[in-house]
Design a protein around this ligand. Structure first.
Ligand SMILES: NC(=O)c1ccc[n+]([C@@H]2O[C@H](COP(=O)([O-])OP(=O)(O)OC[C@H]3O[C@@H](n4cnc5c(N)ncnc54)[C@H](OP(=O)(O)O)[C@@H]3O)[C@@H](O)[C@H]2O)c1
Length: 355
């Protein structure tokens, strides 16, 4: 059934848990006044038109009930492309409307969205048109954070940053974010935005036990400039969970058609490493996904760890990572033996070619 033909109100999905803010941790995002939940929910996969709308509703409501205040979208999330924003807008309208002011909603533009030269990249034309389209799909007057989803080497950075600042000036976005920019591109963006009197709130970057590129330079750049960091693909698309301990299982992202997680990635060496990491997690009283998320949160420079999920049990399991985010020196040394870069970063920044 197509997503626009499904029933609207799913009674009792949202339980209005009065304790929802008690157990969650809220971290200040860089130098800003904005606090984000230490765990945020991303709607890239499993929240689209092809997915079961009842499950989509329950996952969003359960997350909010457990204290997650930040929901991360992009213009192209979901299948068909763009349908996650429509679904999120419907859940917001029918389940969470009176809580809009308690929720941080982000969206982005940068990857391919519609045909022709104005549906991709970092041009002012694309970013502003896309934000207008996202607001319509979400049924909102404004989003909290609007991101440049990736650096565009074919557009002057002044134009991309100028478009983001324009959206804030128009009241269509409250804050500006950039995603998967290299350290140099980030510094350039910060400088342009500072000249416009418009701070960059946050950088969204891939980061996990198997993908540690931001440790080299980016985290320092963000910290020095008072910019928050939201880590994504923190479970390496699910590899860092109990799901793959014995290889690719039937009900997993790696086993779906046209997947972003190619099953070939699950080599014997990765499986050996996740089993070793899982044993360390057990000694800490955690599951592998809980330890992987705790490990991200141990670094004060990371404001929030984004998670993707396919059911509500995964949200509940992952949120329990907050119960123990400290590691002994010995644990960190042991983890480092298996936390090896696995060449899984599909979002490595592309530097502008000189010439
Ligand atoms: N800025 C960017 O360029 C960019 C790029 C990618 C993602 N993101 C953001 O980051 C978010 C998360 O990305 P991601 O989906 O790659 O993140 P992820 O958290 O690394 O992987 C999510 C997947 O892991 C599995 N999983 C999660 N918890 C589990 C558990 N407790 N036990 C077993 N399996 C578990 C689920 O897969 P199954 O479906 O197999 O159950 C889930 O769909 C996205 O939604 C998006 O908001 C941003």
């Amino acid at each position: 059934m197509s997503y626009d033909k499904l029933p609207y109100k799913l009674t009792d999905s949202y339980r209005n848990n009065p304790n929802r803010y008690k157990d969650m941790v809220y971290n200040r995002c860089g130098y800003s006044g904005l606090k984000l939940s230490a765990i945020s929910l991303g709607l890239w996969q499993n929240f689209g038109g092809i997915d079961d709308f009842m499950t989509v509703t329950k996952m969003i409501c359960e997350a909010f009930d457990l204290g997650i205040t930040h929901f991360d979208l992009a213009n192209n999330y979901g299948r068909p492309s763009g349908s996650a924003e429509i679904n999120f807008g419907r859940v917001l309208k029918h389940e969470l409307k009176s809580y809009r002011h308690e929720i941080i909603i982000s969206t982005k533009a940068g990857y391919d969205m519609w045909p022709g030269p104005y549906g991709v990249g970092g041009s002012r034309k694309y970013l502003i048109a896309s934000c207008d389209q996202s607001l319509k799909k979400l049924g909102l007057d404004y989003v909290d954070i609007f991101y440049s989803h990736r650096f565009d080497p074919d557009t002057p950075l002044e134009e991309t940053m100028g478009a983001l600042a324009h959206l804030v000036n128009q009241g269509k976005a409250l804050y500006i974010g950039i995603s998967t920019y290299s350290p140099n591109q980030t510094l350039e963006a910060i400088s342009i935005l500072n000249n416009l009197g418009m701070p960059c709130l946050v950088h969204q970057a891939s980061y996990s036990l198997f993908n540690r590129w931001i440790e080299n330079e980016l985290l320092e750049v963000l910290d020095n400039n008072g910019i928050g960091c939201i880590a994504f693909s923190t479970l390496a698309q699910g590899i860092l969970s109990n799901k793959y301990l014995n290889g690719v299982s039937a009900n997993s992202r790696a086993n779906r058609a046209e997947t972003s997680l190619k099953p070939e990635i699950l080599s014997n060496s990765i499986i050996k490493n996740i089993n070793a990491l899982s044993n360390i997690a057990k000694k800490r009283g955690q599951t592998l996904s809980q330890m992987a998320l705790a490990w991200i949160q141990k670094d004060q420079r990371v404001t929030s760890a984004l998670i993707g999920v396919s059911n509500t049990e995964q949200i509940r399991e992952n949120i329990k990572s907050l119960q123990n985010v400290t590691f002994s020196e010995d644990e960190l040394i042991e983890i480092d033996q298996y936390s090896i870069d696995q060449d899984i970063n599909l979002w490595a920044p592309v530097e502008k070619e000189k010439g």
